[in-house]
Every structure is written in structure tokens, then in C-alpha cells.
Design a protein. Structure first.
Length: 381
């Protein structure tokens, strides 16, 4: 029996109990379920309340419509709401992200279709992360003048080799196979089997066991659905890792210290190494990165180095994200990136400055610095 826990016509988040399962569905399909402050607060409250609701053994987090789970935060609204409004949204979003990770009732994040930015924040830290043949994951923030947040640096820092850097600076995307290999997902379930998975969990079956069984069935072909095994992002390690290691140092404390000492120099060396490489994919990537926000590229390299070096946990990374995003949102690049990508859609942002070579090292240091006087730290309660 399904019990609706919220009233009203077509709310932006639908919360309902289905047997042993609490189902939370983002419900803005025309906007690929773009996340608003109110939606984040509903998700957080529903997850926190699950432990107090009799009979619930798991939480199912998905999105309405065929296009995807969540295309990210509603950045057009963030851009128009002013800095105070944007920070209020980020605080609500990050509290929801942390709630999924800390929930005493396991959260099953269903990354079916497009799952980007804030969508990864809600699902990427959950207890059980599901991808399908339609999954497309990305942290596309360098395209709009900011950097991966929602704890994304934690996931990127844990990716094999230097692939976290590659995806972060290029706003690169990945399919199901890469999401599994890079640690962004746990199991592949064909989209046609999602209802079966949810139904069996609602009936009281163990989520991990059922997901593993369905994943195994898809691999042996017994379901008729072809498994997703392509991993072009993982394959890039062959040419990207040597270039990144030469530019940034190895992915250890010494390398991280070097990047943090001079993020601008690290970004310059990396892009130059890509642009002058023999491998055609490296040169293409270098050309692509050179068109993205220079400030974002340098800052995200430093953020990844700091997260990896200091062994930060999710709450610490979210607090770091909040401080750094607050500073980036106040810069003109964010509004310009949103204009070029989402409003006018001309794809020609005018970054300030427009090249990595033009970056002011003092400004990058200020963006990355600890809390300044007058800045409110993130309250995750």
C-alpha cells in the first residue's frame, strides 16, 4: 500500500511510503528536476524523518520523467537571487547531501539519465548508488564560472589516478561503466528493472542483495538487457596521467603541496602539457579546457589537491565548498557563465580574465584562503 505523505497538486518533491520503502521523487521533469532550496529542504527533512517512521527500512531517491534524475541546482535562479539567496540555497543543498550520507536508514540513489552537479551531491554519497544504461554523470561547473561542489571533490579525489582532475577541469561526463569504475556508483541496473528493484525492496528484501543479483543477471545476459561496460574515461589514464603527473607532481602530499603553493602555475603547466602532447585526445582536451573559466580551472585543481592531501571527510569538504563557492559566486564569471550557457545559450562566455596566464595569483589565494572576517561558516545542522 502506498501512502502519500504530502498534499497538493504536483509538488516539486513527492514523498510517499511504499511498504518498507520511503520513496522521494524530485518532480520538476521539464527542468530535469533542477534543485531549488525548497526541494533540498524537503529531501533533507524526509530523510531525517525516515528513522522515526514505522516500517521504513530503506529510502529510494529518484527523479520524475525520462530525461534524468537531476540536472543540478537551479543555477539560473541562483544567478538572479543575489549572493545571499545563492548562499541560502547552497546551505540547504549541502544539508540534504550530508543527510543522504549520514542517514540511519540506507538511501538508494537512482542516477537514471542525466545526473549532474547537485544531482550527484544527493546520490553520490548515498549508501547504494544505482546507474542504468541511460546514466550520464558530470560535474559541469567550470563551464559556468564556479567549481565542483556538493562534496564532488571528495568523489573526484578518490577516482583512479588523475581522472578526478581531468573530469573536474573539463566538466567532463561519464556513462554507467565509468561511473562504476571511478567510484561514483555501486551497481548497474537496467532501467527496465528499476521497478522490480524498488518493488522487491518495498517488500522487505535487502537492497544490496537485490541490486547485486539484478546487476549479475544483466551481466550474464539473462535479462536480455545488454550490460554497459564501455569506460572511455578510464581508458584516458594511459595518456592523461603522465601529462598530469608531469605538470602537477604525483598524487601524493608533495604533489598536493606543489599545486597548493601555486595553483595558477599548476594550471598553466597542465593545459600547456595537454596542448603540446602527441596524443590527439590530449590536444583536444587542452583546447577544450582553454575555453572554460580560467579561475575555475586553477581553483578546482587546488581544491582537489587539498581534499586529497588532508584526507577530508564529507562535512569538511562541504564546509570548504561553501566558503569557496561564496567567493566565486560574487565574481562576474558566474553570471557570465550562466548567461552564455543557460540564458542566451550562445556558448561564448567572456571570462574575466580570459586566460590562465592572466590570472591574478593573489586573487586565487584569496578565493582559497580560510574564513575571512565577516563570512558566516556553513551550519550543517
Amino acid at each position: 500500500m502506498t501512502e502519500d505523505l504530502h498534499t497538493g497538486a504536483e509538488p516539486p518533491v513527492i514523498v510517499r511510503q511504499d511498504g518498507a520503502l520511503l520513496r522521494i521523487t524530485l518532480n520538476r521533469p521539464r527542468a530535469i528536476n533542477a534543485l531549488t532550496r525548497g526541494m533540498a529542504e524537503v529531501v533533507r527533512d524526509a530523510i531525517r524523518g525516515a528513522a522515526e517512521t514505522p516500517g521504513i527500512a530503506a529510502i529510494w531517491l529518484d527523479g520524475a520523467g525520462e530525461r534524468g534524475f537531476c540536472g543540478g541546482g537551479d543555477v539560473k535562479a541562483m544567478s538572479s537571487d543575489g549572493l545571499a539567496g545563492a548562499l541560502a540555497f547552497l546551505a540547504a543543498e549541502y544539508r540534504a547531501d550530508l543527510a543522504t550520507a549520514r542517514s540511519g536508514v540506507p538511501v538508494i540513489g537512482v542516477m537514471d539519465g542525466i545526473t549532474m552537479g547537485g544531482g550527484i551531491g544527493l546520490t553520490g554519497h548515498s549508501a547504494l548508488r544505482i546507474v542504468t544504461e541511460r546514466s550520464r554523470l558530470a560535474m559541469p561547473e567550470t563551464r559556468i564560472g564556479i567549481v565542483p561542489d556538493v562534496g564532488g571533490h571528495l568523489l573526484l579525489a578518490r577516482a583512479p589516478g588523475r581522472l578526478g582532475e581531468m573530469l573536474a577541469i573539463s566538466s567532463g561526463s561519464m556513462g554507467a561503466g565509468d561511473a562504476l569504475m571511478l567510484g561514483f556508483a555501486d551497481h548497474f541496473v537496467p532501467s527496465e528493472r528499476l521497478a522490480d528493484l524498488a518493488g522487491r525492496i518495498a517488500a522487505g528484501d535487502d537492497p544490496e542483495v537485490v541490486a547485486r543479483d539484478i546487476a549479475a543477471e544483466s551481466l550474464d545476459g539473462s535479462t536480455g538487457a545488454a550490460p554497459v561496460v564501455e569506460t572511455p574515461v578510464l581508458d584516458a589514464r594511459v595518456w592523461f596521467d603522465p601529462i598530469a603527473d608531469a605538470a602537477l607532481g604525483h598524487a601524493d602530499r608533495a604533489g598536493a603541496d606543489s599545486v597548493l603553493a601555486d595553483p595558477v602555475g599548476a594550471a598553466e603547466r597542465l593545459v600547456r602539457g595537454l596542448e603540446t602532447a602527441e596524443h590527439p585526445r590530449a590536444r583536444a582536451l587542452g583546447a577544450e579546457v582553454s575555453e572554460l573559466c580560467p579561475t575555475s580551472v586553477a581553483v578546482t585543481l587546488a581544491q582537489l589537491a587539498r581534499t586529497r592531501r588532508d584526507g577530508l571527510g564529507l562535512a569538511e569538504v562541504l564546509a570548504d565548498d561553501y566558503r569557496v563557492l561564496g567567493r566565486l559566486l560574487a565574481r562576474p564569471d558566474f553570471a557570465e557563465g550562466v548567461r552564455a550557457q543557460l540564458i542566451d545559450k550562445d556558448g561564448s562566455p567572456r571570462w574575466a580574465p580570459d586566460s590562465i596566464e592572466g590570472l591574478d595569483r593573489a586573487e586565487i589565494a584569496r578565493i582559497l584562503a580560510p574564513h575571512a572576517d565577516g563570512e558566516e561558516p556553513l551550519d550543517l545542522d
